[in-house]
Design a protein around this ligand. Sequence first.
Ligand SMILES: [Zn+2]
Length: 428
Amino acid sequence: MKRRLKKEQTKLIYIFLFTSFLFTKAQHTVLKNLNLLDVINGKTITGKAISIQNGVITQIDELAKIEITKSTKLIDLENQFVSPGLYDMHLHLPHHHKLDTFLNTILAAGVTNVRIMYSEEDVVKMKKQIDSKTIKPTIYYPYILTDSVDLNQPTELMRVLRETKSKGLQFIKLYSAQTRNDFSETTFLNFMKAANASEITVCGHYPGKIKYPVVAQSGFKSIEHLAVLPNQTDSLLTNYIELTKLNQLYTCPTLDWFNIAYLIPYPKGYLSRVTLYNAPKHYFTKWQKQNKKNAEDFSIDSLKKYQPKFKMAFEKRLTVLKKLHDAGCLLIVGGESELEYQLEGFNVYEEMMIWKKAGIPDAEILKSATYIPSTFFKEQNQYGSIELGKIAQLAIFSKNPLTNIENIKTIHATFLNNTLLLKKDLLK
Ligand SMILES: [Zn+2]
């Protein structure tokens, strides 16, 4: 079974290579009959076509005004909805033997830009393996900074910064930086000062012992999992949210991780997850089995006792997210898929559904999965919206996610490297 799968993947890669070869000379593509999603202003623009030269958007116009030559590849999108490719701002790399399926699944979900926040194996080795592939999402790799590094030692601190750059990694992820006794406010601030001076982005887990105002004003770029916010009094929360906004600190709440980890949908809620709309059946069977085991391990009695508390804590997270949104903070969607009923790439859909439940408007949710994350990496001139001069990495949906974010599940194809990749070909 596995061998057959491998053979099919190889075949797929050859098709990609052949297609890219065919169009190396004539890389002019025109996408016609589409509805364009302006994610910055939350508007749908009808009756346009997009002209793409060598992977870059060169014209957005009525089809009649676009020059079509013999070598132009003309693709009819039959009135579907075209969004900039989605970002998944919190994803873990799998073991290397699962890499091909992982990358294809991400692309099948219309996710074209991925911030990696953890890796099962050496990040640099994985990066090399991914770099050798023709069709892949744009990936941002972390230096994963664990507690084994003593940042009080100037030589160690400098080594981390040096290696981040020399290994071609885009940022430093602070990972479990709360357990070291010698990780003081001075240590943290010295580290942030050196990283800022080297123009290296630092983000990730909340450095546990450091006060929120200190973290917010240090240049730390994004906080994962809402950190300490859900545990504050109302007045402190208001104060911290204000600081989050003022210092342009991004928030990546990864709410679906909590949703699944704390068995919130148990037992029937899983069946309404949007992931099931797209996930191949074999995933469902595997998830059902694992989920049953989790509940048994936890014991049904203790689940009955704790679930209301878990649900309350989860609701609190939704409230915090809504407050961050209402205050105008920078929010980014991250799927953090590693549990049952979660699927890489597609899990940003689940995250989006939870944000909707929290009361965030549909168009704002889509913006947090496209334009806002592009500003995180200061790449809003290349990605994040469909505009002239930007790279044509696009997600194509049958129904409009701007008017109802649940329509995100109607993903049909992803446009990347001048190629239309159909979901049905990528997802196995
Ligand atoms: Zn994570």
